[in-house]
Design a binder for this molecule. Structure first.
Ligand code: FRU
Length: 507
């Protein structure tokens, strides 16, 4: 194991701090990822954008810092989240210049393959006051720009003031309190309900407000509409089958049973965006990932048509155990997105298969109210897949990152119809919002068989369930001096594991 927990095949910030994925784009024969960055310490600070690029989604070349907070309009919080667009061969970034009392949108452009960016002289190009009294000027951020039929559109996270009136916000009703010092709270109360804005422009510089996306509709609980927070980091794409997908990360979405268990959630909505009114008619709301560590995903479209999503693989309001090694911030394995009925399907990017080595296979093992290891199936930089037949067991699954003292459990609870991800004894303890909450559940219903694909990377677990209908992601920090074992287990009866395949991932 890497002693400092640094993953081998996932993007991680090389030094200092990294949060949200920004500016994902395929440009000049490479996929580019920018992300929120603070170079001077492994904690949030005035934001920069760091940049990496790849041809295989596994090896990423380090590019220079793309944006520094060096302008008067960026003092306080710096260059916050945003997106990228190619225009006449030039690479443009649109980002939020965030100050305590206002958030304004800015542009920067590169003429050298994204290595250096020049800020646009007319910045900031877009302020809340220029749009509508409906938008609260302190919460107007994370522009996602795209072009459709020759018109530019932009989505941004906002707080929406009903009838232009400021409201007393509801108390934070999530199950846990935010104890971690980010975001830096302004001294006064925030107002308005979280929403998303649609804007349109004839070019990248001139914008008009179209409307807000979320409005009361049947099957759409008040919690989504009266959010005490912002729908941060929106994204939007249309699949080849014409399905419209809206992604965003609502702050403080109240927990609802097994859903939205994180302090801040990451959602997809399937539906229809009305480009005349801005309203998004929601058909389905789902969680992108039912695990612990997922936020602010962004997508890009590849020339072959694939939609690839990369998210920040951490969570706000908790400790970051890697900070003691001078860095904090990891990103998910890029995931190929599609839809199937009401599901968003996530598949690990197929390029990862080129790095599979040392296969170990087992056709079938049966475990009866006990646990079993399979010779050759172990490790911490691997992929592991199998089909689980819960048979007569009440719980059955795998123990990962077993270092002799710690282990992380993933199991299917047949009666409850849930997959459970339990990191209560995984290693270094979490503090902050995760202090007393070490379990996440993913309701999948009653299944005769459950297919699991698991990716381990030193301190990272990503689980894809039933062909990518569900995903669960979480970081764990076991003893770095130990070998990492894997055990299959069943409780309350016997379970059968079939078609077990492990590969080492050698990058
Ligand atoms: C989401 C977020 C964004 C903001 C950025 C600041 O995690 O709060 O809304 O632009 O992080 O780093």
């Amino acid at each position: 194991m890497n002693k400092n927990y640094r993953p081998r095949y996932h993007v991680s910030v090389p030094y200092g701090w990294g949060n949200d994925s920004n500016g994902t784009i395929y440009y000049n024969n490479k996929a580019h990822l920018f992300y929120q960055h603070y170079p001077h310490a492994p904690e949030w600070g005035p934001m920069h954008w760091l940049h990496v690029a790849t041809t295989d989604f596994i090896h990423w070349e380090q590019r220079p810092v793309a944006l520094y907070p060096d302008q008067p309009y960026e003092v306080n919080n710096g260059c916050c989240s945003g997106s990228a667009i190619e225009e006449d061969g030039r690479l443009w970034l649109m980002y939020t210049a965030a100050q305590h009392m206002m958030q304004r949108q800015c542009l920067a452009v590169s003429d050298d393959d994204g290595n250096h960016f020049k800020k646009y002289e007319g910045n900031p190009i877009l302020t809340a006051e220029m749009l509508s009294p409906e938008i609260y000027e302190e919460d107007f951020r994370d522009p996602r720009v795209f072009k459709k039929d020759g018109t530019y559109y932009l989505l941004a996270g906002i707080r929406y003031l009903e009838n232009g009136e400021r409201k007393e916000p509801s108390p934070v009703v999530n199950q846990r309190e935010n104890t971690y010092p980010y975001p830096p709270e302004p001294s006064h109360v925030k107002e308005g309900w979280g929403n998303l804005a649609l804007l349109k422009g004839t070019d990248l510089f001139h914008w008009e407000y179209v409307g807000h996306l979320l409005y009361p509709q049947p099957e759409f609980s008040e919690d989504f509409y009266r959010l005490n927070g912002v729908y941060e980091c929106p994204d939007y794409f249309v699949t080849d089958t014409g399905e419209e997908v809206l992604i965003s990360s609502p702050q403080n979405l109240p927990q609802s049973g097994d859903h939205y268990q994180n302090v801040h959630s990451t959602l997809y909505m399937l539906g229809r965006l009305n480009f005349e009114t801005g309203q998004f008619k929601v058909r389905v709301i789902g969680e992108i990932d039912n695990g612990f560590d997922i936020y602010a995903p962004q997508t890009l479209r590849m020339p072959d048509g694939r939609i690839i999503m990369i998210a920040w693989k951490e969570m706000w309001d908790r400790n970051f155990p890697t900070a003691k090694y001078g860095w904090a911030g990891t990103y998910t394995l890029p995931r190929e997105l599609s839809t199937e009925g009401d599901f968003l399907i996530q598949r690990p990017v197929r390029e990862i298969e080129q790095f599979y080595t040392n296969p170990v296979k087992a056709d079938q093992i049966e475990v009866g109210d006990s646990e079993a290891a399979v010779s050759g199936i172990a490790g911490d930089v691997i992929s592991l897949s199998f089909e689980l037949d819960p048979a007569t067991s009440s719980k059955a699954g795998v123990k990962l990152f077993c270092d002799g003292t710690h282990e992380t459990l993933i199991w299917y609870d047949r009666d409850a119809g849930k997959i459970v991800f339990d990191r209560s004894n995984s290693g270094i303890k979490f503090t902050g919002s995760e202090e007393n909450v070490h379990v996440r559940a993913c309701p999948i219903g009653q299944c005769e068989k459950v297919r699991m694909e698991i990716f381990l990377d030193v301190s990272s677990i990503e689980l894809f369930i039933n062909g990518g209908r569900y995903a669960m992601t979480g970081n764990v920090y076991p003893d770095p001096d130990k070998e990492m074992g894997i055990r299959f287990f069943a409780e309350g009866g016997r379970a059968v594991f079939r078609d077990i395949v492990k590969f080492d991932i050698d990058v």
